[in-house]
Design a protein around this ligand. Structure first.
Ligand SMILES: *Cc1c(COP(=O)(O)O)cnc(C)c1O
Length: 393
């Protein structure tokens, strides 16, 4: 059999199970109005929570830096690709997070793989929330440490496992905001557990930075957790920051260890300096323009109140990620398609990204959405759900 003949049955099975994924082609900048596959939609599916991905000041910073430093960084950070712009951004991210140091990675996926694997290995143990992002799960599995999953956001389940472990090093690692559910990790209790059982705590705050905390400092700021409580803080730059890349913030020794040991830091080309320059501009806007977070909170409140009126099943999420669980994959796809026909783009999330039986719409909000846009979405959502009632209703 040739390769295609061997691969094709799995694709056919996916189609049959409504699990086949395909890409849409985006022809506009990211924003609340987007052009996809030749049509214009009101978009509720991006992670550009603060509306910075297409902000004139961010664009201008990128253009100016491209003129000065060119496009490609030309080398990895440790060879000679670490530019003055990367360095300045790292210093600003350290100040922003209130940590002594910060280190840029090219993506969040790579930051997680590199960090976890620099810190633990055989003979150690890693404790992960069942709903952690795939990059954290992959990082833990790759490490060779004993891999233990605990029940979602269940601190008892976590403590039982940490307490019973006699591993050399113990690393607890969780999403700060869970990417498919939108709820926030119970970090203060996890800090206690880590302290009592001599474990390290790492959070991936990809969805918290920019959105949570008075100044957008994410979960750490929201809960007031300093570096001694929360020693390993990871964030991404492709979501609320509106640009691209990721960082880890922590102590001098942690960051120097990552520079020496994190393979996904060492063996990859540095992000373009112009991307770092754009991020410096967005970091400034993210901290200074409080109205963005205020708007976001208003739209989230409006949506939750409206969805409850429609009798929809919401999740305990205070964040811009608002899932509407419909359960059945086919029904989820049908509701999303109905919304699309009416001009609204939302995420439709199926297994294996979420557990079986919990297929859902993943509706996300931006600081740039208007009250009217959310009102219109709610009305279309009501119609779409009516038109696609499940068997059980
Ligand atoms: C998006 C995301 C990542 C990956 O970040 P990229 O920069 O897109 O690679 C990691 N963790 C979580 C929780 C995420 O949501």
């Amino acid at each position: 059999m040739d390769i295609d003949q061997q691969l094709a049955p799995a694709l056919t099975a996916r189609k049959r199970e409504h699990l086949y994924r395909s890409r849409r082609v985006l022809a506009s900048a990211q924003g609340t109005r987007v052009q996809v596959d030749g049509k214009t939609f009101t978009g509720f599916s991006s992670n550009d929570y603060l509306g910075l991905a297409n902000h004139p000041k961010v664009i201008e910073a990128m253009q100016a830096a491209a003129s000065q430093y060119g496009v490609g960084s030309g080398a990895s950070h440790l060879v000679n690709g670490h530019s003055v712009v990367h360095h300045a951004l790292e210093e600003e991210l350290a100040a922003f997070t209130g940590r002594p140091r910060a280190l840029l990675f090219s993506t969040g996926y790579m930051a997680n793989i590199g960090t976890v694997n620099a810190l633990i290995g055989k003979g150690d143990a890693v404790f992960e929330d069942k709903l952690n992002h795939a990059s954290l799960l992959d990082a833990g599995l790759l490490s060779g440490a004993r891999f233990q999953r605990f029940l979602h956001n269940d601190v008892k389940s976590l403590e039982q496992r940490v307490q019973a472990s006699d591993a050399n090093r113990k690393l607890i690692v969780v999403d700060g905001v869970f990417s498919m559910d939108g709820d926030v990790a119970r970090l203060p209790e996890m800090v206690d557990i880590a302290e009592r059982h001599n474990a390290w705590l790492m959070i991936d705050d990809a969805h918290g930075f920019g959105c949570l905390g008075k100044n957008g400092g994410g979960c750490a700021e929201h809960f007031g957790l300093s570096e001694d409580k929360l020693p390993i803080l990871m964030g991404t730059l492709g979501k609320a920051f509106g640009t691209f890349g990721a960082f880890v913030a922590g102590s001098e020794v942690l960051i120097e260890t990552l520079i020496q040991e994190a393979r996904s830091y060492i063996y990859t080309t540095a992000m373009p300096p112009a991307v770092a320059a754009a991020t410096r501009a967005s970091l400034k806007l993210l901290q200074e323009e409080h109205w963005r977070r205020d708007n976001l909170v208003q739209r989230i409140k409006q949506f939750r109140a409206g969805a409850e009126n429609l009798g929809l099943q919401l999740m305990p999420s205070p964040t811009p990620i608002q899932p509407v669980v419909l359960g059945d994959e086919a029904r989820t796809m049908a509701v999303a398609a109905h919304l699309e026909k009416n001009g609204f783009l939302v995420g439709a999330i199926r297994p294996p990204t979420v557990p079986r039986g919990s297929a859902r719409l993943r509706i996300t909000f931006s600081a740039n959405h208007t009250e009217r846009q959310v009102e219109d979405l709610l009305s279309a959502l009501g119609d779409a759900v009516q038109a696609n009632r499940g068997d059980s209703e």
